[in-house]
Design a protein around this ligand. Structure first.
Ligand code: SF4
Ligand code: SF4
Length: 309
């Protein structure tokens, strides 16, 4: 006799203030981290913030120094410079190695959801899409941004400059916020309009080569979204909340015991809405591997957006 089907419950936003805060805990934490990073750069540049007598966080998202001693560098920017065949300071390589190690541990695309200043812009565009029920104008095949990544490296080699760094809307927005210079507002408006009215999650999910770079790193990331197949009722709320196309697959997650895709940003939007607590952030080493393959039914159809807490 087969076990009785479990009732399917759905996420409901709590009525109390404390409940709503709890439901939005990951979103609030992400905004806090994004703001703290920007404020640390801004305070160092404009108010002379120091730690142990040294500038707190000097530089930008491509190359920075913490406390005058710890170099930090964007590994993708460093990779582009390597392709130009220009000499690189050992400090830049060390900075890239440090940042790479941190994101390998936390999840490559953690940068996208927790640090990148463009994330708030794309989240706002998604909110507008949902309210106005905007439909995609066209589709971009999966994998295009990996081609953009390759193109950035080829152009860097041909032009002799780090190609994406020159046109990156992320770098432009960061320079605008921290230093009041550049085309930050133009890049902000461009990404917002593209995401809101042309293609769902168009920039981060389909084009950004930096996101593609971090997705490659994220395949081996140590912090993952663990998935408990036994308690999942396939209510689909996580699919609706997930901002990333092509990330959540129940069969794959059931086999691996976690969301295995490097495209996952560890934003935890799915964790926040799961009514069965079937999803949680966990260290990869602490996630038990399911003993036998399951034959869980696959999610069908394209999920409708709209359960973002
Ligand atoms: S993991 Fe997703 S489908 Fe399963 S119960 Fe949680 S929200 Fe519903
Ligand atoms: S699977 Fe969950 S943590 Fe990963 S991107 Fe989607 S909502 Fe965010």
């Amino acid at each position: 006799m087969s076990a009785p089907a479990r009732p399917v419950r759905h996420f409901e936003m709590p009525g109390t203030f404390a409940g709503r805060l709890h439901a939005r805990r990951y979103l609030l934490a992400r905004r806090l981290v994004q703001a703290l990073v920007l404020v640390a750069f801004f305070g160092t540049a404009h108010w002379g913030w120091k730690v142990a007598g040294q500038p707190l966080l000097a530089g930008n998202l491509s190359a920075a120094k913490f406390a005058g001693a710890v170099p930090l560098a964007d590994p993708f920017a460093v990779l582009q410079v390597l392709f130009t065949r220009h000499a690189l300071a050992g400090e830049a390589l060390l900075g890239a190695a440090i940042v790479l190690a941190v994101y390998f541990l936390l999840g490559g695309r953690v940068f996208c959801a927790w640090v990148c200043p463009m994330n708030a812009v794309t989240d706002a565009a998604r909110w507008v899409r949902l309210r106005l029920a905007v439909r995609d104008v066209f589709a971009i095949p999966p994998g295009v941004r990996y081609a953009v990544l390759g193109l950035a490296l080829v152009l860097s080699a041909v032009a002799g400059v780090a190609a994406f760094e020159w046109v990156s809307p992320i770098a432009m927005l960061h320079r605008e916020i921290v230093y009041g210079a550049g085309l930050g507002l133009t890049s902000l408006a461009g990404v917002f309009l593209f995401d809101a009215f042309v293609l769902r999650h168009g920039w981060c999910g389909h084009l950004c080569p930096l996101g593609a770079f971090w997705a490659v790193v994220g395949r081996g990331a140590q912090v993952r979204v663990a998935f408990d197949d036994a308690s999942c009722t396939r209510c689909g709320d996580c699919l609706k909340a997930c901002p990333e196309p092509r990330v959540l697959h129940f069969n794959e997650a059931a086999r691996a015991g976690m969301v295995a895709s490097g495209e996952c940003t560890n934003c935890a939007a799915c964790v926040a809405v799961c009514p069965e607590s079937s999803l949680r952030l966990a260290l990869r080493a602490a996630i038990p591997t399911p003993p036998t393959p399951t034959s869980a039914p696959a999610a069908t159809g394209t999920p409708t957006e709209g359960t973002t807490p």
